[in-house]
Design a protein around this ligand. Structure first.
Ligand code: PEP
Ligand code: MN
Length: 359
């Protein structure tokens, strides 16, 4: 598969002057809920209404979706509002039912993308369709697996493709539900600049307060659109309650987002904004890592205190210096720079340790 300009045709056909938006509840719950939300979203920037009909739950016992009946509700919502309809498919049976009910946008969920057998089954069932098919990143941070999903669909003659970045699961506690690992999406985007890239801030953040900030970061990186879980009564949603926003909150997000016009003359500015956003992400990763290093230094301070050992040990500092100079050189960094950087980091570490020992 290689990058082709035609990859964007389906998106360009919308002729939008703003990013492409998919919105709607995590899950279709009742006919009334689906219709109410769809009506609220009808005269807005939303092009596609989303609702999960079959819900893959990590643990059994949760709400697993209303199933086929929900497709009838989506059909009704489409007839009443004119919005296109989208849902997640995970098996051949889901695909057949979604096609029978003329669902316009089908997406492959994160748990499914992680399983090449399942993706192949979907590709075989949807072969040759002109429906829009979007593939979410796999739950684990693996670019090849994500790309492999796109390739399987593409090779089945599905041309209206796009990818959704929904973050990656991690065992660590972070402020995100699924950490963005922006560099993975950026790598995919650099390989396939014309493959539409959509941000899913709902599943990245897990928390409605952070939706705007993550969507803005994505737009700064030139993403093409967003999929945002939207519910008339988020707190009482049957799934993903904490991350859903009301239709009014969604409209406020549209107002607050800074959207850059992509045009010929602002090519320079677009490139710069994207590169700077990339740098900002790396800077924040760097600082986060240095913060984690300080936390380890504090633990060392505690062990030194318990054993009554001095904070500064010259032999250790010499050892660190030797190692980092080597590693720095391998990464193209001058020895002056590496030395300066690590003197500063080491000094900060000592100060953190001293606080533990004296405090
Ligand atoms: C969803 O979109 O509701 C969903 C289940 O997403 P993901 O596959 O990203 O977990
Ligand atoms: Mn959800």
């Amino acid at each position: 598969m290689e990058n082709k300009k035609e990859m964007r045709n389906w998106l360009d056909a919308f002729k939008l002057e703003h990013p492409f938006v998919i919105a709607g509840p995590c899950s279709a719950e009742t006919e009334d809920q689906v219709l109410k939300i769809a009506h609220e979203l009808k005269d807005s920037d939303v092009s596609v209404f989303r609702a999960g009909i079959w819900k893959p739950r990590t643990r059994p016992g949760g709400f697993e979706g209303v199933g086929e009946i929900g497709l009838k509700w989506l059909q009704k919502a489409k007839a009443e509002t004119g919005l296109l309809m989208g849902t997640e498919v995970a098996t051949a049976a889901h695909c057949k039912l979604a096609l029978e009910h003329d669902i316009d946008v089908l997406w492959v969920g994160a748990r499914t993308t992680a399983n090449p057998f399942a993706v192949q089954e979907i590709a075989d069932t949807l072969a040759g369709t002109d429906k829009i098919v979007l593939i979410k990143n796999p739950v684990n941070p693996d670019m090849a697996l994500w790309l492999g999903g796109v390739e399987r669909l593409y090779m089945a003659g599905i041309k209206n493709l796009g990818v959704i970045h929904r973050g990656f699961s991690t065992y660590q506690k972070t402020k995100y539900r699924n950490i963005p690992e922006w560099q993975i999406a950026i790598e995919l985007q650099n390989k396939f600049p014309d493959l539409p890239l959509i941000i899913d801030p709902s599943h990245i953040t897990g928390n409605r307060e952070m939706i705007l900030e993550v969507t803005q970061e994505a737009l700064d990186l030139n993403y093409d659109g967003m999929i945002i879980e939207t519910h008339i009564d988020p707190d009482n949603a049957w799934s993903d309650a904490a991350q859903q926003v009301t239709p009014d909150a969604l409209k406020q997000i549209f107002k607050d987002l800074k959207v850059r016009k992509v045009s010929g003359d602002s090519d320079f500015e677009n490139k710069m904004t994207k590169l700077r956003a990339n740098i900002d992400i790396m800077d924040s990763n760097l600082l986060e890592l240095i913060g984690k290093r300080m936390a380890v230094a504090k633990e060392i301070g505690q062990v030194k205190k318990d054993n009554n050992v001095a904070v500064l040990q010259n032999s250790r500092w010499n050892e660190i210096q030797g190692k980092v100079l080597d590693a720095g050189a391998k990464n193209g960094l001058s020895s002056e720079f590496t030395t300066k950087l690590f003197k500063a980091i080491h000094q900060e570490s000592i100060e953190h340790q001293e606080k533990v020992i004296n405090g």
